[in-house]
Design a protein around this ligand. Structure first.
Ligand SMILES: Cc1ncc(COP(=O)(O)O)c(C=O)c1O
Length: 404
């Protein structure tokens, strides 16, 4: 008789965005005449930039001829893309990362979920609270998180690092030293980030304590302030303690195209074992490479035309962020984020819970956002709006909220 991985049964409820979709569907079924504005899920809405479309077309045409056809991609990614990443995202920022330390993938969700596989079962993880739910849930599936307490909505073997208005949404070093530290800056969902000096503090902490940092930099393109690091490898010593995960979803609109990468420096070791070798082994065994046409599209992100077009696209979303930030402030809300990230984080009014505010906003403004409590217990009493909608919808949503 087969047995299931019953760690899956420990996962509470359904995935946050499925719950939201269900609630919105119920509301629209009951109120078919209402025009809903969705500022909930972090999906982009602008079309792919012309430079990327051109690269995709070119690569598709190559696939039509035997001489230029491409089959399986190299496990770890095409050299042309890995070199473009190494130059533009690292060398140009003064960070020492070689092309062969970059592992091309189909996105940061898979990488952030899969990376825990190369670590032992009894490692203790630390996460910011609130945070992108994938880090904790995938460790639950792996049986690494102990037991769940529905009252506190926490796992017994997870170290939570609260990020609230009290600490300016920046985690403090935990009392208990973790083995694996997940950091995500600029942060989803709070939209806040930490300075390069603060990040250096985490790198020093990890090196001193023999911990590894999984650094999710999916929102790096939205950084606007000078004192914020664009990669953890701008910090001294990060090569011996940090893995970095990047996505093409938010900087270049690849949410439906799928491309990302992980950086595992060769200096990052456990005893004599390089994590680079373990991840290469895993990648080679379980992954057959991002499609050629998509990797060519990724290369176009780093072309002069691509860079210029994407700067405008990010600027478009950041203008929406400003509209939301200012709009909510004018309406009397307490808001943060939105300066180095496409997320605005607001305190729910009148002591409403996050889900109460979700219903209130849906019913009274027909606007969909994301309840902060869905990202961790310290997200309770907060709410996330995204800047990824169209400008017109963003302005309309703010008008509705002001008139509630
Ligand atoms: C922090 C963070 N990491 C990773 C991802 C997923 O990125 P990808 O589309 O590359 O899988 C998201 C998506 O919302 C995210 O918020």
């Amino acid at each position: 008789m087969f047995k299931i991985n019953d760690n899956y049964l420990k996962l509470p409820g359904s995935y946050l965005f499925s719950t939201i979709a269900k609630k919105v569907n119920e509301y629209t079924a009951a109120n078919p005449d209402k025009d809903i504005i969705r500022l909930g899920i972090g999906d982009v809405t602008q079309p792919l930039a012309p430079a990327i479309i051109e690269a995709l077309h070119g690569a598709v045409d190559e696939m039509a001829h035997a001489e230029t056809f491409h089959g399986y991609a190299p496990d770890l990614g095409y050299e042309f893309l890995r070199s473009a990443i190494a130059k533009n995202d690292y060398a140009d920022r003064g960070a020492d990362i070689a092309a062969d330390e970059i592992f091309v993938s189909d996105g940061a969700k898979c990488d952030s979920g899969n990376i825990q596989e190369i670590f032992a079962q009894d490692n203790k993880i630390a996460v910011c609270d609130p945070v992108y739910p994938v880090y904790v849930d995938t460790n639950v599936m792996a049986g690494r998180t102990g037991t769940y307490d529905p009252k506190t909505e926490t796992w017994s073997d997870v170290i939570y690092m609260p990020c609230t208005a009290d600490n300016d949404f920046a985690p403090d070093f935990p009392d208990e030293v973790p083995d694996i530290i997940y950091l995500c800056f600029p942060n989803n969902p709070t939209g806040s980030t930490i300075t390069k000096d603060q990040l250096q503090g985490w790198v020093d902490y990890a090196n001193k304590n023999g911990a590894v940092i999984i650094y999710d930099a999916a929102y790096e393109a939205y950084i606007s302030e000078d004192n914020v690091a664009h990669t953890i490898y701008e910090c001294e010593g990060a090569r011996t303690c940090a893995i970095e995960l990047k996505s093409f979803s938010k900087n270049a609109g690849f949410t439906g195209v799928r491309l990302g990468y992980a950086v595992v420096p060769k200096d990052l070791k456990c005893g004599d074992v390089r994590l680079h070798d373990l991840w290469a082994r895993r990648h080679g065994t379980k992954y057959n490479g991002a499609p050629y046409i998509v990797q060519r599209a990724g290369e176009a992100v780093y072309s002069d035309a691509g860079k210029e077009q994407l700067k405008k696209q990010v600027g478009y979303y950041m203008n929406n962020a400003k509209v939301i930030f200012e709009g909510l402030k004018d309406a009397g809300y307490t808001v943060s984020g939105g300066v180095n990230a496409p997320y605005i984080w607001l305190k729910t009014p009148d002591q409403m819970t996050s889900w109460e505010f979700f219903d209130y906003l849906l019913e009274n403004a027909n606007v969909v956002g994301t309840p902060g409590s869905g990202f961790g217990p310290s997200g309770e009493g907060y709410f996330r709006l995204t800047a990824f909608g169209s400008y017109e919808n963003t302005v309309a949503a703010m008008e509705r909220i002001k008139n509630m």
